[in-house]
Design a protein around this ligand. Structure first.
Ligand SMILES: Cc1ncc(COP(=O)(O)O)c(C=O)c1O
Length: 378
């Protein structure tokens, strides 16, 4: 219990979308949160210290231009000397969630200006059966017509989470570009959410749209299609409570249009200091790349030793597994048992409507032992 809130009432289901990461507050025996896709390493220590230190400055407003954090982030995204060239296309936000809302609203405005206020613009997500839901929620509440993933029509707004949370599907860069070209209408807006892509490897930038400047330019120059690359930084750097996201726009003009509708100071002082410090922490990322795949393989082995018939989805480099347990009854029981043991997992039912699925984060062996013990009776 927190005040009068319980785990069943923490979300206002009439107005909000279910998300993992709330149950730990309500568990007296909490051990580890397997319900969110954050980095198993936890928050990087140096950056956490920098954020703590910045608390002493909260009597001042944060920098109105997000500097020097934004430049630090630009240097991280484009370390080969061309960050100055792209800096004007980068905007930070209070988590990716804020920026998703901004880009959706801007797209709506552009469509109304081009086609009139009576026109209902269309929206489509990734080709995979489900994806992180905030994109669809934001599009639906803003009045877009939502098309099924299987609908072949070109749409006014295309949003793909790549790698896809929760299914773990992934397009490398060339198939991704081909899919965008085949599904977006002239004058449309695209968001590619690459929040989980930095797990790919030390070479992640080379399989990412962050390096595809010519593609973004060509799509804009030739078809007036605006490609946006979205990042939630709260997962790879395990700081969901701090709220840090960014979007790379096709041009500096697009970025300015978003800034116009963004609330001032949306990224707070400690979050800006955190970013400045965290991008310097190469050891943290090296450790992430070195161990996540191994720990994920370990988790998969332990799960399949329990239930060889379970089907485990997702690329091997990712920070979670998406498990099809074969029946809703089994998945529900697994969710309950994990919660009771203090190691909550994400049910596939709320929001995703994948009734026999459960999402489990990659965590260290000792914590996985607790989860597996909890599931022995399944
Ligand atoms: C793929 C993806 N994008 C964006 C977000 C939103 O992240 P935040 O607002 O915490 O930055 C999430 C959160 O779960 C996510 O999974």
């Amino acid at each position: 219990m927190v005040g009068s809130t319980t785990v069943n009432t923490v979300w206002d289901t009439k107005t909000q979308t279910f998300h993992g990461g709330q149950e730990h507050r309500f568990l007296n025996n909490f051990i580890e949160d397997f319900s969110v896709t954050t980095n198993y390493l936890g928050t990087p220590a140096g950056a956490l210290e920098a954020a703590k230190e910045a608390i002493h400055d909260i009597h001042h407003y944060p920098a109105a231009n997000q500097e020097p954090a934004k430049t630090s982030l630009a240097e991280f995204l484009w370390p080969n000397g061309d960050h100055q060239q792209h800096h004007g296309r980068l905007l930070m936000g209070n988590g990716a969630s804020e920026l998703i809302d901004l880009v959706v609203r801007q797209c709506l405005k552009n469509q109304a200006q081009g086609k009139g206020f009576d026109y209902q613009p269309t929206w489509k997500g990734s080709p995979w059966n489900v994806q992180y839901q905030e994109y669809q929620r934001s599009a639906a509440t803003n009045g877009f017509k939502i098309l099924e993933p299987s609908n072949p029509d070109r749409v006014d707004m295309l949003c793909i989470v790549n790698p896809c949370n929760p299914t773990g599907d992934y397009f490398s860069v060339e198939p991704l570009k081909a899919w965008i070209k085949a599904n977006i209408a002239t004058g449309g807006t695209v968001i590619v959410d690459e929040s989980m892509q930095p797990w790919h490897s030390a070479d992640f930038r080379n399989d990412s749209l962050i390096s595809e400047h010519d593609f973004a330019k060509e799509m804009w120059d030739e078809q007036k299609v605006s490609i946006h690359v979205m990042h939630s930084w709260t997962k790879i750097w395990s700081c969901t409570g701090l709220r840090i996201g960014s979007v790379i726009c096709p041009t500096a003009d697009h970025c300015e249009a978003l800034k116009k509708i963004q609330v001032p100071w949306s990224v707070n002082g400690p979050a800006l200091k955190f970013v400045e410090a965290v991008v310097q922490d190469q050891a943290y990322l090296d450790e992430t790349w070195e161990n996540t795949t191994r720990l994920r393989a370990h988790l998969v082995d332990r799960l399949l030793a329990l239930h060889p018939e379970w089907v485990i989805h997702g690329k091997s480099f990712l920070s979670w597994v998406w498990i099809d347990m074969g029946s809703q009854a089994l998945a529900d029981k697994a969710v309950d048992l994990a919660r009771e043991a203090g190691v909550p997992v994400r049910s596939g039912t709320p929001g995703y409507k994948c009734l026999s699925f459960v999402r489990v984060a990659v965590r260290k062996e000792a914590e996985v032992d607790v989860l597996i013990s909890a599931w022995k009776s399944l």
